[in-house]
Every structure is written in structure tokens, then in C-alpha cells.
Design a protein around this ligand. Structure first.
Ligand SMILES: Nc1ncnc2c1ncn2[C@@H]1O[C@H](COP(=O)(O)OP(=O)(O)OP(=O)(O)O)[C@@H](O)[C@H]1O
Length: 620
């Protein structure tokens, strides 16, 4: 098919012509549409207007030169600017030999002959691969409005190791975000930490940057001996037991590989060697990477536990930092056993020099209570905004749609927006397949992901969505947490999460896939009376963020719109501390940070002695 030019009409006076190479619109084109029109979409969404159709609203009209041999559905999709569909043959494609597993991605390899006191030499090819891609999310222009911060305001004031300072620059991170500005000094003062901040606010950097920076000067002294990878590596001859200094645990495979990617960037030109361990991908390849030496291990619980149980593969005796990302999810009883095994199992370092950190955007009271049982008594809690609040940059709109009308409404909703990365959430795996098939048959370039897919299919789906080969991804809640993909402008809750299955917490994480790091985005939800269980909580979130309440939700409005949240205060936690006679605080302040303090409930970690530590004042 030949598809050479597309035209976007922004207004009757202004017509932007976007050149597209023969084939489908490139990711760059998608980016151009979204950046220019996000604001208009947002204000349209804020008014809770019914989705505009191209005919009804000239601001959204979009014309593309469509191929003549397309079937009517394809023709329609192409005319609206969506690229061609890509068929995935699960049998054939799944049987292909070669596959770029995320765990084998290139990372900076320190060579024995490098001067240990210096920064490793540049590797321009790797640098290009790690830092120079349109597919890396970049901060939107609203980021500074959203993050008025105290604490460490500039990277130059953060006391970063020169390699880390340079890597932060290469990542194009101009300034620390709010959570980073507080986490940096918190980590340096050597305490355990709970960090709570909105989705897409840079929590990964908030733990990676200070931890890796701290280790960069000490890698030689702290890290285990490892083979010189400048020479031939034969696993059975040169392989070593992996003895990471940092262990990062997260609930999903996709999140593990994503954190691994950010770690590869931030470890560039340093001695620190990251590895990732996650289920579904070949054990042998991951084990061989570990045998080359591993300073930072990122993984999902199952595979980490597997490796812990294998002889001479993984030892946790050197671990200095354990980070639990999406901690409230991993503290949930579904994960309890795995979580305990990791936290207390094997030969885990239980000395005083081992810091524990937990991060999430949502942290209800029960989770906070549980989290404290793993923390030292003088841990620090940094909170940016209310735990579980949704991001103000997401324009949320809710439409009443009966189950029988959802399919058609989904198609109309997608077609009424300019082509951009769109994430559609449904509640079951069979529904994912059904909605994916339906959209595909409507000529739309979509793909899908759920937990019954093989890991290869899951990685392919995420890759196709990330590169915008398939800019529409249909998913279950498995993709609700952590996924950080450039320019996801629209999240559609085809099904709202059920109160007993993720509930409003999952809603917050789902809509947080858009409007990340100072960008804007839209969340559209289909509601009907089967969703009444989540309605009161949903209304509170809409009121809190000053969104319109549609007719179907009016009955759930609290009296005088008074919005209170069970877990929006740390007062009770502080009261517990007082009862226990504790309460040393390290207070942080910042416009968005209502409280951030250190407290404890006098409980020790699983197998650690709880020893009184000296209060260390942060240096800033
Ligand atoms: N200081 C910074 N300046 C600009 N961009 C940043 C900065 N720190 C992180 N980012 C980018 O912001 C994006 C979101 O970060 P991250 O995924 O860590 O968010 P998060 O708070 O963990 O979100 P979630 O709660 O959804 O997991 C990433 O693409 C990351 O590269």
C-alpha cells in the first residue's frame, strides 16, 4: 500500500502538512499531532463534552491520502489517520528462533584495563542506543508548574557522582522532580524510605539516581570479583555467583524490563553492571548474564526466588539497598509468600548497612502499616500529594454506556480523536481478545496483552505499542502499573475496575499511564449500573481533581461535595508513634508535599535486630 502524505487541519486557517514515508505514519507524526492538540483535547474533555466527530468539530478534522485498494474498514481508519494494521500470527511468529529478549539488551561493560578512579570511555554506539531515541518519554512543558520543589532543586546541588551527573544530563533530565528532590537527600542520609508520589512523577529516578550515585565511587570496594568481559566469556569457566549490591523488586515483567532500561542508562560509563530477572524468558540466558557479574538486580518475585534457590547463581549477602517498587501491590496478600521469601530468605545481608525503600503512587493505611514492619524505626516517609490521588494533568471523563453499546462507543471514541497511542483497559483476558479482534476488524492498528500470552508475545506487544507500529493496546489490569510509554495520550476504561478487584487504586494506576512527567492526557471511562461499587470512590476522585460529574454519577455525590479520604492523613500513624514514645522526625517541606516525615512503630524487619540508630540530619 502506498501512503505518502497526511494532512492535519488544525483550524480553517491553519493547515499542517505532515510528510510520512511510504508505509504508515511514523511515531514522530503521532507525537506531532498529540503535542499540538493535547490542550484542546484536554479542554474538550474537561467540559465532558461528547466525543467530537471530525465533521462536528473542524479543529479535529483530519484527512489522509488513503490507498485505493483498502477495504471499507481499513479505508475509514486510514482516513482518520491511523496507520496500517499489523497482523500477528501467534503460531508462526511465536515459533521464530531469534528474539531480542529484554534481559539481553546491551549495557555498558566495564573492562579490566580501565582506570577505576575515572569515568569509563565513551561508547558512541551504545550512547546513541541508550539516550537518543524518540521512544524515550520526555518531560512535558508543564512539568515545572507541577513540581514546585524545595530540598534539592538542581542536580548540581545534589552531590552526584560525576558519572551520574553526566548520565542525568544525557537523559535530558533538566531538574529533579518533586519526589526526586526529596528522595535524593533522604537516601543520602542513610535511612529507610517510603516514597509516595503521583503516577509518572519520576519515582524510578528517585531511587535509582541517589543509590547508583552513592555506589559509583565505591563499586570497586563493595562489588564482588567478576570476569573481565573484554576477554572471551565461557560461562562454565569464567562465570561467577551474582552478588548484587542493589535488589529492586517489582510486580510485573514489563515493569522489571523498563526499570532495567532506565538502570542501563544511569549506569553508563560506570563499573556498575545491571541485570534483570523475570519469568517467561529463557532462564539460561538470564543466568548467563548474572554469571558475568551483577551489581544491580531488577526482577519480578518468581524468577528472583528461582535464582535464589539455585546453587551458585545468586547470593544476596552483599545487598546494600533493597527497593520495592509498586510496594502496596507487593504487600498485598496475593504476593505475601513470595515477598516474605525475598525479604527474609536466603543469605540476605541483615547488617546495619542495608537500606530498605518502598515506592508507590498509592499506599493505603493498611499498606503503610505493613510497610513499617519492614522498615527501621527511624525511616523517612516522603509524600508528594495525597497517596492515591489522581494526577491533575489527566482530564477524566465518564460516559454512561450499557455493556451492549460499549463496542460501538469504543470505536467512535477512538475515531473521534487524532491518532495517538491509546491504551484500552478491559477486565478479563477473553474480553481483551474480543476487543482486540473487534478493533482489528475495524481496520485499526491494534495489539493486546494479558497474562496468558507467552512472554515473547508480551514483549512484542509492548514493543509494537512503544514504536507506534500498533498505537492501540488492549490490556487487562496487568498493564495498569508502572508502564511508561512515550505519548500515551488516551486511556480508555472500556470496563472500569471492580471494587473487589483493584478498585479505585487500579483506576488511579490505569489513568496514570497518560499525562506523565508534566505531559497532558485524557482518560475516558465507560460506566453503567454494574459499576456502582466503584462509583462513590470514583466521584470523590473526580471532585478532588475538579472534573465534571456526569448525570449517571450525580447520585453518588457526597453532601455539599465534601470529599474526605480515609487515608489522606498520616495523623494516626504519628499518633501510633507518640503512643510508642517515638516520633523523631525529619521534616521536608514543599508546595506539593503536605507531609514527609520519619516515624516508626518499633517493629523490626523480619529477621533483623532493631537497633537504635543515631539521628542523622540531612545536609541541605
Ligand atoms: N527529572 C526528570 N526530568 C524529566 N523526566 C524525568 C525525570 N525523572 C524521570 N523522568 C522521566 O519521567 C517518566 C516517568 O517516570 P517513572 O516511570 O519513574 O514514574 P513513576 O512515578 O514511577 O510512575 P508510576 O507510578 O506510574 O510507576 C520516565 O519516562 C522518566 O524517564
Amino acid at each position: 500500500m502506498d501512503f505518502t502524505e497526511a494532512y492535519v487541519e488544525n483550524s480553517p486557517e491553519e493547515v499542517t502538512v505532515i510528510e510520512t514515508p511510504a508505509g504508515k505514519p511514523s511515531p514522530l507524526n503521532y507525537k506531532e499531532y498529540s503535542a499540538a492538540d493535547a490542550q484542546e483535547w484536554a479542554s474538550m474533555a474537561a467540559s465532558n463534552a461528547a466525543p467530537a466527530t471530525p465533521e462536528a468539530d473542524p479543529a479535529f478534522s483530519y484527512v489522509a491520502l488513503a490507498p485505493t485498494d483498502a477495504n471499507p474498514a481499513d479505508q475509514n481508519a486510514l482516513e482518520h489517520g491511523w496507520g496500517e494494521r499489523t497482523a500477528f500470527n501467534y503460531d508462526e511468529d511465536g515459533a521464530k528462533e531469534s528474539h531480542d529478549w529484554a534481559s539481553n539488551a546491551a549495557r555498558y561493560e566495564w573492562k579490566g584495563e580501565y582506570d577505576e578512579s575515572a569515568i569509563g570511555p565513551r561508547n558512541e554506539d551504545l550512547e546513541k542506543m541508550l539516550f537518543d531515541s524518540d521512544l524515550i518519554p520526555r518531560a512535558g512543558n508543564r512539568v515545572s508548574d507541577q513540581t514546585p520543589i524545595a530540598a534539592v532543586k538542581e542536580w548540581d546541588d545534589a552531590g552526584l557522582h560525576p558519572i551520574m551527573r553526566e548520565n542525568v544530563r544525557l537523559c535530558l533530565y533538566d531538574k529533579p522532580t518533586a519526589i526526586q528532590s526529596f528522595a535524593l537527600p533522604a537516601v543520602s542520609c542513610g535511612k529507610d524510605l517510603i516514597g509516595i508520589a503521583h503516577t509518572g512523577s519520576g519515582k524510578t529516578g528517585a531511587f535509582l539516581i541517589p543509590i547508583l550515585s552513592d555506589l559509583m565511587g565505591k563499586a570497586k570496594r563493595l562489588a564482588a570479583a567478576r570476569p573481565n568481559l573484554a576477554e572471551e566469556f565461557i560461562p562454565s569457566v569464567h562465570g561467577v555467583t551474582a552478588e548484587p549490591l542493589v535488589l529492586i523488586v517489582c510486580p510485573t515483567r514489563e515493569l522489571a524490563t523498563q526499570i532495567f532500561d532506565e538502570t542501563r542508562r544511569l549506569c553508563y560509563r560506570s563499573m556498575l553492571r545491571p541485570c534483570v530477572a523475570y519469568g517467561g524468558a529463557p532462564v539460561r540466558l538470564q543466568r548467563e548474564e548474572l554469571m558475568k557479574g551483577c551489581d544491580i538486580l531488577i526482577g519480578s518475585p518468581g524468577r528472583i526466588i528461582d535464582f535464589m534457590g539455585q546453587p551458585n547463581v545468586l547470593s544476596l549477602r552483599r545487598v546494600r539497598y533493597t527497593v520495592i517498587d509498586e510496594a502496596d501491590e507487593l504487600l498485598h496478600f496475593d504476593w505475601e509468600e513470595d515477598f516474605k521469601k525475598i525479604m527474609s530468605g536466603g543469605d540476605m545481608n541483615e547488617d546495619e548497612d542495608h537500606r530498605y525503600m518502598m515506592f508507590s503512587a498509592t499506599f493505603d493505611k493498611e499498606c503503610r502499616r505493613l510497610a513499617r514492619t519492614y522498615m527501621m524505626k527511624d525511616y523517612i516517609r516522603v509524600r508528594v500529594g495525597r497517596p492515591g490521588s489522581s494526577h491533575l494533568m489527566v482530564s477524566q471523563r465518564v460516559f454512561e454506556v450499557p455493556d451492549s453499546g460499549k463496542k460501538t462507543r469504543l470505536y467512535e471514541t477512538i475515531m473521534s480523536h487524532m491518532p495517538t497511542r491509546t491504551l484500552v483497559f478491559v477486565n478479563s483476558k477473553t474480553q481483551v481478545d474480543f476487543v482486540d479482534d473487534y478493533l482489528y476488524n475495524q481496520g485499526l492498528p491494534c495489539t493486546s496483552i494479558h497474562s496468558d500470552r507467552t512472554q515473547r508475545e508480551r514483549e512484542d506487544a509492548i514493543r509494537a505499542f512503544r514504536t507506534a507500529e500498533c498505537p492501540i493496546l488492549v490490556a487487562t489490569g496487568i498493564s495498569a502499573r508502572g508502564l511508561d510509554i512515550v505519548n500515551v495520550m488516551h486511556v480508555i476504561n472500556y470496563d472500569l475496575p471492580k471494587a473487589h478487584h483493584g478498585g479505585i487504586t487500579e483506576y488511579i494506576h490505569r489513568i496514570g499511564r497518560t499525562a506523565r512527567i508534566g505531559n497532558e492526557g485524557i482518560a475516558t471511562s465507560f460506566y453503567n449500573d454494574r459499576d456502582e461499587d466503584i462509583a462513590p470512590a470514583l466521584v470523590k476522585i473526580l471532585l478532588e481533581t475538579k472534573q465534571d460529574i456526569p448525570e449517571c454519577l450525580q447520585q453518588f455525590r457526597p453532601e455539599e461535595d465534601a470529599v474526605t479520604f480515609d487515608d489522606d492523613t498520616d495523623q494516626e500513624d504519628d499518633d501510633d508513634d507518640k503512643k510508642n514514645g517515638d516520633g523523631d522526625k525529619v521534616a521536608f517541606s514543599g508546595d506539593e508535599s503536605k507531609t514527609a516525615d520519619s516515624d516508626d512503630n518499633r517493629q523490626s524487619r523480619w529477621t533483623r535486630e532493631d537497633t537504635k540508630k543515631e539521628e542523622v540530619q540531612p545536609e541541605w
